[in-house]
Write a protein that binds this ligand. Sequence first.
Ligand code: HEM
Length: 154
Amino acid sequence: MNPPVFPLTALLQHSTWLLPLVKTLHLWGIVFMVGSVIMFDLRVLGLAKTLSVRALARFLLPISVAAVFIVIPSGVVLLAAHPNELLANRLFTIKLGLIFLSACNALAFHTGPYTTVAQWDSAVPAPLSAKLFTGLSILLWLAVILCGRTLAFT
Ligand code: HEM
């Protein structure tokens, strides 16, 4: 039996410009989402110590959250282009698992070490636990990007 072909799948596979457009949207979203998270993480790790962590969070984190609303829908549309192949691809499963871990890591950071941020807002090093979460955040997001980019060659 042939695998089901959704109308969106057929549209994406037959249009020459739709898939590149959605891939570009996905990348634009990633730039704002991952870029702002990593800038915040670098501050917590000890760069630009005079900048207030809370002021930086107020500036960067809404950008990151807004970009999620570009990255996830565009990712779902990209998935619809080749659903059967991608859902059977181990790298795609690993990518989704890493995104889930990143979300858990961010939640643990905000409900954990970030609750004491008033004590290390500026000019004081962040506690080791905050540095561990933000260091892990950078590694996880870079790994998600590696999986996403490599998917195109598998
Ligand atoms: C949340 C953070 C995410 C990051 C950092 C990310 C990263 C990437 C990157 C770097 C690419 C390569 C783009 C290119 O080759 O031009 C990509 C492609 C892709 N992403 Fe994402 N992605 C994310 C979320 C998602 C989600 C939630 C889904 C689906 C549910 C998804 C599905 C896809 C698909 C299907 C592709 C195309 C793979 C291919 O070329 O065959 N992504 N992603």
